[in-house]
Design a protein around this ligand. Structure first.
Ligand SMILES: [Cu+2]
Length: 182
């Protein structure tokens, strides 16, 4: 009986001690997270304080820094009317036995024109003059396009471009590259 009672007391003490330790842990853990935010809160004012310290020591740094900051919101303010700026567009010129269609195409600088051979015979779009194709460097399919084959070129200069079918130089076309609307 007495040993059982003793055992019961010991177990009770163990449970109490265990419970006490558990509570202590929780209470010890609880302040830790609250302590770390407060520590970070203490750290954040510190760098904020050091720039102000630099500003007083180096006055040149503060004027250059503030003009840099003020244009940023000004740029976002002007950014609102910017969406109307033209976006590069793709255009298609089909090639048939009758020639290029459309014969004259108006595009905006930066736009891409894709030539599609809709004919059974091969066609070779290339820049003026024949046969060197040097007027618009790079504007040259370099081979006769097979049926349904495409060739794309992006026009980056504001100008009127003339081109032809290298396999039938009398077949010509014009692309008018215009400024984008601002
Ligand atoms: Cu040619």
């Amino acid at each position: 009986m007495s040993s059982k009672t003793l055992l019961g007391i010991v177990i009770t003490i163990i449970i109490i001690v265990a419970g006490w330790l558990l509570i202590n842990r929780k209470s010890a853990l609880a302040p830790t997270p609250t302590a770390s935010p407060s520590a970070s809160a203490l750290e954040s004012p510190t760098p904020a304080a050091s720039p102000t310290g630099e500003l007083t020591t180096i006055p040149q740094g503060s004027p250059s820094a503030s003009p840099l900051l003020s244009p940023t919101p000004a740029a976002t303010g002007t950014g609102t009317p910017l969406p109307p700026l033209p976006r590069p567009t793709s255009h298609e010129v089909s090639i048939t036995s009758e020639g290029f269609s459309p014969t004259t195409l108006n595009i905006t600088v930066g736009d891409t024109v894709t030539f599609v051979n809709r004919d059974t015979d091969p066609h070779w779009p290339a820049s003026t003059p024949h046969p060197v194709h040097t007027d618009v460097p790079g504007f040259d399919a370099l081979h006769g396009l097979a049926t349904n084959e495409t060739y794309s070129f992006t026009f980056t200069e504001v100008r009127t471009v003339t081109y032809h079918d290298h396999l039938n130089p009398s077949v010509r076309g014009t692309i008018v590259v215009q400024f984008g609307k601002i």
